[in-house]
Design a protein around this ligand. Structure first.
Ligand code: NAD
Length: 432
């Protein structure tokens, strides 16, 4: 089928590439000219394992092209909107300006042939109808259906998640559009569940899923705090809880708080939608508050181990919000590092992939080229992101290059008893 994907970010690029890999002809459109020029030269703008190879292969076989214009819309079977929906800093609503911008640009490319417009961006319930009305106001003759098809991929595992989804959700009451969507996803037919629902249900499924997962994380984080007070071990507690098949073990890893481009903004948007509809979602309001407090508390955890941070040097390992991505949006490091600096610490930092993006967002930080130069001469190491490289660090060497061998492991990478045997003053999450 002929598909157009508008917005070539984490979701648009991965979706476009994976659709091409399945055999569809895909034109990816972005208004960012530099990004498109780069992609046309084989330069992939984001770090995502496996993505570059797929981009190269599908450009070569002619199924994947990149452009700044919407010309391909005329011949397309479906147009996917995958632009960003960042949070409005004042209201907490999702800022839908980019979605509406694309919708109004599309009006110039529609004729009377049927066109399926698919919203892949995460948007509040009611947005599909809004987009349909907006297009119909300018083009009453337009023969369109606006479908909701939220994306559930995780950065760092995006290709795998797209190609092996737990489910595909399609929200529309339009039978013709539903058939087209099923044809687009026919490679999953009989392999993964395709959940066809009302458009409004589909829009809420995405927010509900992210809110539920964020709640699991906030819950286990608070349980970890309790473990520290009562001498329990959060790894044991999470294992015991997660072994219950009604609960499941995923998203029960205690850490510095959830972050990233999705959870914080999506759960805030759900809360705002609840309030707008006079149906407060109090549970999620509390999850947001719990998570915000937690990120700051992590800076104080570092201070607690060291004593006074005044004139101490902290080595930060990991800046991105999770491993295997270069995405810094809402990363915990953006809260923890400024708080450490406010408390008088000097900060050195290293991240295997996210350093260039981090440099644009963090001030007064000495960025280091590798793990050991980052740790050299410092008073304490704090692990913020569980990159693979950090599991393999040479701890015996680290002890010799630190001013004082102290570590705050916010990802529970190491075993506390082993760390103490090596001579570290060590603190982690939810363990004695
Ligand atoms: P992103 O910021 O990485 O990319 C958005 C892209 O859209 C940018 O390249 C931007 O230049 C482009 N764009 C904006 N306006 C445009 C226009 N008028 N025409 C053409 N291009 C335009 O965003 P993302 O992280 O890929 O997220 C996209 C959507 O998917 C969001 O709603 C997000 O919540 C949702 N989502 C993201 C993830 C994730 O892991 N990043 C996962 C699931 C869902």
């Amino acid at each position: 089928m002929k598909l157009v994907v508008v917005g070539v970010g984490y979701v648009g690029l991965v979706s476009g590439v994976c659709f091409a890999e399945c055999g569809h002809e895909v034109v990816c459109v972005d208004k960012d000219k530099k990004k498109i020029i780069n992609l046309n030269s084989g330069i992939v703008p984001i770090y995502e394992p496996g993505l570059e190879e797929l981009v190269i292969r599908n450009r070569r076989n002619g199924r994947l092209t990149f452009t700044t214009t919407l010309d391909a819309v005329k011949d397309a079977d479906a147009v996917f909107i995958a632009v960003g929906t960042p949070p409005d800093p004042h209201s907490g609503h999702a800022d839908l300006r980019y979605v509406f911008e694309v919708a109004s640009e599309l009006t110039g490319y529609l004729d009377n042939s049927f066109k399926t417009i698919v919203i892949k961006s995460t948007v509040p319930v009611g947005t599909g109808k809004h987009v349909e009305d907006l297009i119909k106001t300018t083009r009453p003759d337009a023969n369109i259906a606006v479908v909701s098809n939220p994306e559930f991929l995780r950065e760092g595992h995006a290709i795998e998640d797209f190609q092996y989804p737990d489910r595909v959700v399609i929200g529309t009451d339009n039978k013709h559009a539903a058939q087209i969507m099923c044809k687009i996803y026919s490679m999953f037919d009989g392999v993964f569940p395709i959940v066809c629902v009302k458009r409004e249900s589909s829009e809420l499924i995405k927010y509900g899923s992210n809110s539920f997962l964020a709640t699991k994380i906030a819950f286990i984080n608070e349980m970890a705090d309790l473990c520290e007070k009562v001498g329990a071990d959060i790894l044991e507690v999470a294992h015991g809880i997660g072994s219950d098949s009604r609960i499941g073990s995923k998203f029960l890893q205690a850490g510095p708080g959830f972050a990233g481009s999705c959870f914080p903004k999506d759960i805030l948007s759900l809360v705002t939608t609840g309030r707008d509809n006079n149906t407060p979602i109090r549970l999620i309001e509390t999850v947001i508050e719990s998570n915000e407090c937690r990120k700051l508390a992590m800076a104080h955890k570092i201070q607690d181990l060291v004593g006074n941070l005044e004139d101490k040097t902290v080595s930060i390992l990991g800046l991105t919000f999770k491993p295997n991505t270069d995405d810094m949006r809402e990363a915990c490091s953006l809260t923890i590092i400024p708080e450490l600096i406010r408390m008088g610490a000097k900060v050195k930092a290293y991240d295997p992939i996210g350093m260039e993006n981090a440099k644009k967002l963090l001030e007064y930080v000495e960025f280091c080229p590798d793990i050991y130069s980052c740790i050299d001469g410092t008073d304490v190491v704090a692990i913020l992101t569980e990159w693979d490289d950090f599991y393999k660090m040479d701890l015996n060497h680290i002890i010799t290059i630190m001013k004082t061998p102290q570590m705050v492991d916010l990802r529970n990478i190491f075993d506390p008893a082993h760390m103490r045997r090596l001579g570290f003053k060590y603190s982690s999450i939810g363990r004695e």
